[in-house]
Design a protein around this ligand. Structure first.
Ligand SMILES: Cc1ncc(COP(=O)(O)O)c(C=O)c1O
Length: 445
């Protein structure tokens, strides 16, 4: 056996734990010991404000007492149960999720997380329609398992893409970096829809089982769709018999100031993949909300899929407690109000002060800063698919200020918990303001 007595906790972590999405020799993880609300504390007792909500999943903050209690109580009663049996926490969680979903939402299939939710949504759509192909957007992330990573429209797909996944990618609307040379939201929207219909026509109108879209793309940049875009997608799905899958893994459960992000845009998908905020990740859980028509496909026909831990009682108990806490404490309403009254105006002020902020976009507690070296050319502060010295220094400066923030390529995402208070939000933004001075040096104008 190895003698580990002289190793630091961080050394022990990197020596024995294989980390996601990383070259293992470059790891430098923050060693987190405890957390509460919007705060996390490391092994050296330094406390940080968590404006990343970890991987944008702690929608009710850390260690919410009623969720912790529900997990403890369920653990004392029944830790685990096979999926073929029934369980009260499982059906209660499904009922609560259905009650907050679109009209016609009928059933919930539970998974262990987001990528499995996406896998099963696509499998259901393929079996329901009898068609093979799926449409997915560039600038998207759908998960890390075989189908989901092939749906993903970012460079993480490339090493995993076998070229035979049946996925066809397209550009969604994103005016700030328009793929359509558009000059207004309306033009961007019209061109994106026209392009999507062209792709369907030229790939074969009967070829597609599903379109999968993050309602508001998350990791890829928090691009809020322009008015009419999602309604246009819904209309194309209806016209060509395509299943509309909303990936709400990141944007669901209050993040955008609505229970589900699609509710901001007045559309109803056919299937919804969810995870993260359903119980803030206290115990891993994801799932698919299924409409009547797709659910009916499997009334008499066996669904060829399942999971040992589908509807795990600890995870479902956490979901029931979390959804109830969100209702009772008006956490979704808080996310909406904080977004409009605190984050949007304050981030706008930061953009006036720091020229390196090229664009501020988002809603609820879901905002992105698109950082540039030049506002006219919109040259990103790190190239697409990569990092840069400037971005690394900026993220380091945030940490020095006691702020954990989500970053991707040339962007920072301001994504605190949905129950962040006004004072906490302002304090976090003050820390961000100070950290941004580091990035200002890289603005060349
Ligand atoms: C939109 C979206 N879909 C799917 C996933 C995959 O979820 P998980 O990491 O739980 O598998 C993520 C994770 O970040 C996501 O943001």
């Amino acid at each position: 056996m190895k003698d580990r007595s002289t190793m630091t906790p961080q050394q022990r972590e990197v020596a024995s734990v294989f980390h996601s999405w990383s070259a293992q020799s470059t790891l430098n993880p923050l060693m987190v010991k405890s957390a509460h609300g919007v705060y996390v504390t490391d092994e050296n007792d330094t406390t940080y404000m968590d404006f990343s909500s970890q991987l944008v999943n702690t929608n009710i903050g850390h260690q919410h007492p009623s969720v912790v209690r529900a997990i403890q109580e369920q653990a004392a009663l029944l830790c685990t149960i096979a999926p073929q049996h029934g369980n009260e926490q499982r059906y209660r969680a499904a009922e609560l999720i259905i009650d907050h979903s679109f009209e016609g939402a009928t059933k919930v299939f539970f998974t262990n997380g987001g990528t499995e939710a996406v896998e099963h949504a696509v499998r259901m759509a393929r079996l329901h329609t009898g068609r093979p192909k799926v449409l997915a957007a560039y600038r998207s992330y759908h998960g890390a398992t075989a189908t989901s990573i092939n749906l993903t429209g970012d460079p993480r797909r490339w090493p995993n893409d076998n070229g035979a996944s049946g996925v066809v990618h397209f550009f969604g609307p994103f005016l700030y970096r328009s793929a359509y040379n558009a000059t207004s939201e309306q033009e961007e929207c019209e061109r994106a829809i026209a392009n999507l219909e062209n792709i369907i026509t030229f790939e074969g109108p009967n070829a597609f089982a599903a379109i999968i879209l993050e309602t508001v793309p998350g990791t890829a940049g928090i691009m809020v769709p322009p008015p009419g875009y999602l309604a246009g997608v819904r209309a194309l799905c209806d016209k060509y018999g395509i299943i509309y899958i909303a990936d709400e893994v990141m944007c669901g459960f209050g993040r955008t100031g609505s229970w589900f992000a699609y509710q901001n845009f007045g559309v109803a998908p056919d299937l919804v993949a969810f995870a993260k905020g359903v119980n803030s990740g206290y115990v891993p859980l994801g799932g698919v909300v299924i409409n009547e028509a797709v659910a009916a496909t499997f009334n008499d026909r066996v669904y060829p899929g399942g999971l040992t831990y589908s509807g795990h009682p600890l995870a479902c108990a956490a979901a029931v407690a979390s959804i109830n806490a969100m209702q009772n404490e008006h956490i979704v309403e808080n996310a909406r109000r904080i977004g409009e009254e605190v984050l949007r105006p304050a981030l706008g002020e930061l953009a006036q002060k720091h020229q390196v902020i090229g664009d501020v976009r988002g809603l609820g507690v879901f905002f992105a800063l698109d950082l540039v070296t030049n506002r006219s050319t919109r040259e990103p502060l790190a190239p697409y698919g990569a990092s840069s010295t400037a971005m690394n220094e900026l993220v380091g400066a945030c940490r020095d200020e006691g702020l954990l923030i989500f970053n991707n390529f040339n962007r920072l995402h301001v994504v605190p918990p949905c129950n962040v208070t006004d004072d906490e939000a302002r304090e976090g933004l003050a820390r961000l303001d100070r950290a941004l001075k580091v990035a200002d040096q890289y603005y060349v104008g």
